[in-house]
Design a protein around this ligand. Structure first.
Ligand SMILES: [Zn+2]
Length: 341
């Protein structure tokens, strides 16, 4: 899978290849939010392994794997020995890993569906239409063993966990222990359709990249003014004005607030792309001076921290945290990160 074969995900693809080129590959990452996440995960893994990475000029994709080197050829058949998958399935016995058992079948399913199949499609392929699959403790052991092996090709050992929200709690806890160990050249990639069902302890240990359904940031005109005000206040830290702005944000209500934070996240990713690769889209807030100056505030040094802080706040709000307290806390963090860029 190459990024060029995935429609409408240039911003996410550029973020992933930029992190890879900069050598900033976190050992646990999550692609969250859309069915296209699996295709992106495979394209990303392929990019990391490709021995002839291609770089392009212009506004589109900044880079991609070559599709022709021996590593890329193994990815075309999903037969790369350093890449494994974990996925929900029915139990195959108390000590056996369904993911190990159905590994070849799952790869076949991914090839046949162009890495875009749904959970229902997978259950149908396994002939378990009326059952819900899960990810079990032996699957977590399988992950641990795969990541502990030395890589065949001298690069990354990679495990993609598809639908980690289907993990049994004891399997998630076992996985947490794995995430606490030094992993060396290992990469655990979570592809989640609904991260709100993941344990917060898992979320806090992975770097989350939100995959949007479409490439363009939704142009919420009602959000842009609020966004500009908020970001400007992070420089001045005028407490009274900040408190008023945070009140306005909290007053949006939970669902709208989540949308606003998603919009903010999109703008942050866009700033990083504009700043680092010259390939972002215009911020389009309607405030030309802000649009000109703000992208420079997001750098490879602070982007990860900013993204993580916004994601954590979104999850806290999903879990009914006090919105104003969560947003004030987020404001102080963002203020610090932006000033220490
Ligand atoms: Zn290649």
């Amino acid at each position: 899978m190459q990024f060029k074969d995935i429609d409408g995900q240039t911003v996410t693809a550029n973020l992933l290849t930029l992190m890879a080129d900069e050598g900033r590959v976190a050992h646990a990452q999550m692609l969250a939010g859309a069915p296209v996440g699996m295709a992106l995960a495979v394209a990303y893994a392929q990019y990391l392994c490709c021995t002839h990475r291609q770089h392009f000029e212009g506004d589109g994709l900044r880079a991609d794997s070559c599709g022709e080197c021996p590593e890329c050829r193994k990815f075309a058949e999903l037969s790369h020995p350093d890449l494994s998958f974990v996925f929900p399935a029915a139990s195959v016995g108390p000590d056996a890993s369904p993911s190990a058992e159905h590994q070849a079948r799952f790869r076949q399913f991914l090839l046949e569906s162009g890495q875009r199949g749904s959970l229902d499609d997978w259950y149908a392929a396994l002939g378990m239409e009326n059952k819900q699959g899960q990810i079990f403790v032996p699957d977590a052991t399988f992950v641990e063993n795969r990541l502990a092996l030395k890589s065949y090709e001298g690069g990354y050992k990679m495990v993609v966990i598809w639908m980690p929200e289907r993990m049994r709690p004891e399997a998630a806890n076992k996985l947490l222990k794995t995430l606490e160990e030094p992993l060396g050249r290992a990469l655990l990639l979570l592809v989640s359709a609904d991260p709100s069902h993941l344990l917060p302890t898992i979320i806090s240990r992975v770097q989350t990249i939100n995959v949007r359904g479409t490439e363009n940031i939704v142009r919420h005109d009602e959000f842009s003014e609020l966004f500009v005000n908020w970001m400007r206040l992070l420089f001045k830290l005028n407490m009274r004005a900040l408190s008023d702005t945070v009140d306005t944000m909290a007053g949006l209500g939970r669902e709208q607030l989540k949308q606003f934070l998603l919009y903010t996240l999109g703008q942050v990713e866009n700033c990083l792309m504009t700043n680092m690769a010259g390939a972002g889209q215009p911020l389009g807030t309607g405030d030309a001076k802000f649009d000109q100056a703000f992208p420079g505030m997001v750098t490879v040094r602070n982007a990860e921290l900013i993204t993580e802080a916004i994601n954590n706040t979104t999850y806290a709000i999903e879990r009914n945290a006090h919105a104003k307290i969560a947003l004030m806390d987020l404001s102080f963090k963002l203020s610090k990160y932006i000033k220490n860029r």
